[in-house]
Design a protein around this ligand. Structure first.
Ligand SMILES: Cc1cc2nc3c(=O)[nH]c(=O)nc-3n(C[C@H](O)[C@H](O)[C@H](O)COP(=O)(O)OP(=O)(O)OC[C@H]3O[C@@H](n4cnc5c(N)ncnc54)[C@H](O)[C@@H]3O)c2cc1C
Length: 406
């Protein structure tokens, strides 16, 4: 009898392939963390086993110098996971172009919203989401790099490298949330990528101004590219997060300038709408371009967030779009399980939002970064027209705030 049971067990073991995890998420940036948090909450009953893998330590992620504008829609999505306490609300967005007529204002009360969005520090957002993930059963492997995976019909073998050496894990589904900047392996779905080099680099940092406007975000188009100033000081209204897009050569030169000369050049480029610039801290440069996968799913691998599409920051859409990817994937995996069917449903559901958001950002980046006088006049007309066409302005603002979620 015992022998018979052992034989049955041996057969079951031989037939049932072994998996270390149902789902491995590579990348604990904000998108990977949000996916891990949402999945863990939804899978309390389905008991999916989840590994979250990141080459950085949480402390290194907390030092990322970016400040990000998150839409009201993203805030609502993140509500149940966690949101940074030091986020600064945006109640008005002022869009204009330097040296030409035309401007448009987007106000929170026009859209019957408490806020249009929030400015959050990358580090604060990652810390808030990390707290939510720590409270779950997700197995978080920090300081661990994922290398190129091997896929077969049943699952994926993923090599991992850490200070304690190399090992492999066997998983049913692999999520590439490696982002665009720090990507260490090529776990993305192979296939076509849409790419565009805008010939621009963004200089970021925190500046203080002498005549601040509380809760107003500014986007100013110049002949070199857009300058965004996002309120980021919480109660300290004088602090703004700067994203200054210019040619890579100019960015390299400006990165070397002393603070006073840098602030004087910024004042000339932005104008005096908030008095003069008094301080700059945490200057860093990020190369800009478009990279978007045409196909998100390859067998049991799926890409989300910046690994799926890295956008120009002109419209502040990258993370907002990535969070919508993560939520849709959490829904699909918890409804259909860690199977290719779930990934196919996810990809189908994300197609429209991706197409609209990537297309709108690419168009804005191109028309607002070309220094051609007739185009500047057209841009001025477009900005003015938006003021007189409330339905168009509302439709645009709603796409930027909520995207398309079905
Ligand atoms: C200047 C600038 C301004 C921006 N402003 C905005 C804005 O206002 N609003 C907005 O919505 N978006 C904005 N974005 C875009 C936003 O920063 C990104 O969309 C967002 O950070 C993407 O998050 P992610 O989690 O997909 O990737 P990331 O934040 O890049 O995280 C990826 C993670 O994966 C890890 N990783 C990579 N490869 C491996 C590997 N092989 N093994 C293990 N771990 C790995 C990395 O260590 C990292 O922690 C801006 C971008 C820039 C450059």
């Amino acid at each position: 009898m015992t022998e018979a049971i052992e034989a049955t067990h041996a057969m079951t073991d031989a037939q049932e392939p072994h998996f270390d995890y149902d789902i491995a998420i590579v990348g604990a940036g904000p998108v990977g963390l949000a996916l891990a948090g949402w999945l863990a909450r939804r899978s309390a009953t389905s008991r999916l086993s989840i590994a979250l893998i990141d080459a950085r330590t949480p402390a290194a992620a907390a030092n990322d110098p970016r400040a990000l504008a998150l839409s009201h829609g993203s805030r609502v999505m993140l509500q149940q996971l966690g949101f940074p306490g030091d986020a600064t609300p945006i109640r008005r967005i002022h869009v204009s172009q330097r040296g030409h007529f035309g401007r448009t204002l987007i106000e929170h009360d026009e859209h019957e919203l408490p806020e249009l969005g929030y400015v959050v520090r990358y580090g604060s957002l990652v810390a808030a989401l990390a707290d939510a993930v720590h409270a779950t059963r997700v197995d978080w492997l920090t300081d661990t790099s994922a290398l190129a995976p091997l896929q077969d019909n049943d699952g994926i073998t993923l090599p991992l490298q850490s200070a304690s050496g190399e090992r492999t894990v066997r998983v049913k589904v692999l999520v590439n949330a490696e982002g665009g900047l720090y990507q260490k392996s090529d776990v993305a779905a192979p296939g076509e990528r849409r790419t565009r080099d805008y010939g621009q680099t963004a200089i970021v940092g925190t500046v203080s101004v002498s005549d601040p406007r509380a809760n107003v975000a500014w986007e100013r188009f110049t002949h070199e590219g857009p300058i965004a100033l996002l309120p980021c000081g919480g109660q300290r209204h004088a602090d703004y997060s700067l994203v200054w897009c210019c040619s890579p050569d100019e960015a390299a030169r400006r990165m070397q300038l002393d603070d006073d000369t840098f602030l004087a050049e910024l004042g000339t480029a932005f104008g005096a709408r908030m008095g003069h610039f008094m301080r700059i801290a945490g200057r860093a440069a990020f190369p800009l371009g478009l990279t978007a996968l045409e196909v998100l799913v390859y067998r049991r691998t799926v890409a989300i967030g910046n690994a799926a599409q890295t956008l120009h920051p002109v419209a502040g859409q990258g993370l907002n779009l990535g969070l919508r990817d993560a939520l849709a994937l959490a829904d699909a995996l918890s409804a259909d399980g860690p199977r290719p069917l779930a990934l196919a449903r996810f990809a189908q559901r994300r197609a429209l939002d991706r197409r609209l958001t990537i297309g709108a950002t690419d168009t804005l980046a191109r028309i607002f970064t070309v220094d051609f006088p007739p185009l500047a006049a057209l841009r001025g007309l477009a900005l003015t027209a938006l003021e007189f066409l409330p339905p168009v302005k509302t439709a645009l603002a709603r796409q930027m705030m909520f995207g398309q979620r079905r």
